[in-house]
Design a protein around this ligand. Sequence first.
Ligand SMILES: Cc1cc2nc3c(=O)[nH]c(=O)nc-3n(C[C@H](O)[C@H](O)[C@H](O)COP(=O)(O)OP(=O)(O)OC[C@H]3O[C@@H](n4cnc5c(N)ncnc54)[C@H](O)[C@@H]3O)c2cc1C
Length: 430
Amino acid sequence: MSEFAYQSPISPGRSWYEDSCGKRPTYAPLDGDTTCDVVIVGGGFCGLSAALSLAETGTKVVLIDTHRFGDGASGRNGGQMGSGQRAGVIELEKELGFERSKALWDMAENAKLSLFDIAKRYGFDFDYQPGQLTPLHKQRFEAEAQEEVDILNGRYGYDKIEYFDQNAMASALGSQHYFGGTRDKGTGHIHPMKYVIGFAAAAAKAGAVLHENTEALSINHNRKIIVTTKNGIITADKCLLALNGYHNDLRPELASRVLPIQSFIGATVPLEHNTTVLPAGEAVDDSRFVVRYFRKSKDNRLLFGGREAYGKSTPSDIERAIRRQIAEIYPDLADVEMTHAWGGNVAITMPRMPYVRELETGFWTAGGFSGHGVMMSNYTGRMIAEHFLGKSEEIRLLKELKIPQFPGGAIFRNPLKLLALTWYAMLDRI
Ligand SMILES: Cc1cc2nc3c(=O)[nH]c(=O)nc-3n(C[C@H](O)[C@H](O)[C@H](O)COP(=O)(O)OP(=O)(O)OC[C@H]3O[C@@H](n4cnc5c(N)ncnc54)[C@H](O)[C@@H]3O)c2cc1C
């Protein structure tokens, strides 16, 4: 356990990231009333990114979080960047046509550049490691994966992704568990909490006013936006709600369209130096609907994520479920010692694309990044800031996406969620 040991109060267990991120600066709670140009509620990647972009132009911005920055999903996720959007280009072209799908692809490429650019400009390290594999758990998915690679190499001009047959994939994984799949050399994986820490320090340095342990109890919008907290009121001209899977139904629009589901991760002890697991160090996210995602940390631990525990989720429940999944892929690790087990809320939407809207003039919300928010929640915050500044309308592409309500709206979505997830988990197994 690190000398700085701390556990997010909204996680079922302490994450390995919390024990390996070094000293995590704290930001004092709001104490007294204040006014600003823009108030941001939610200090994950999305809120931090918006705060930094705004502060860099001299805009007076206040960012608050109920807990500490990164305590939501941003500080304890799988750390996989991925390429493109959560929905693949074949699906997006069917829905939106080539031009818009390509623009969304380019947006995600810009998101990668932005991630590296910020870290370089503010001089922080975030343990980046290159490469991502997407192995297929069903042979019948191979043709579509090959087609997707051809499309990306062709009309999207992206030559960093290639198709691996079953043998090549087995060598890359160090496991015979899957069929073929893709290897993407144009993306990779990061230590998300190190990024959060660097991000917050950058935003503070640029002049953003940051308050942790400051919950927005209510938000009213008349002529001005009024955010009420326990120890002070924030009055602002504009607002961004960046709550993703922790919106707690603060606004009814979010309750019916952005559905929080839990995902869990376990960390093993460092593996032997000569382990055959992931010899080239890529991250993996497989083709299951209830996706399994794993990678090795810089100190050679296996960080393995999935979602199996539908009921209560104590660290030992999580460990048991994750160990079972690890053993299916790496039987030699069936008894490997695990040091950490934790979880957090992923936010999904019906089409697995983010819900980004201007709810009222100057009052924006962004969430529902599915398992694809490391880059996209981050860049969305920046795009909304650039809209506020009148610098760019790139955000329009996300704002115009159709995101229908879940069947049953806010009332029935929870029982339906359980049914749907059980159904998809069953389909993954057949
Ligand atoms: C276990 C797990 C694994 C994941 N793996 C990956 C992955 O490998 N790759 C990937 O791309 N994505 C992954 N994701 C998704 C990704 O982490 C999220 O999409 C992304 O971090 C969302 O960032 P955000 O800033 O929108 O939200 P969050 O980081 O969740 O931040 C929302 C914040 O809002 C705060 N908040 C809520 N209500 C209030 C209030 N009333 N007042 C003040 N503050 C409030 C919360 O405390 C929280 O800190 C994963 C998520 C989880 C949980």
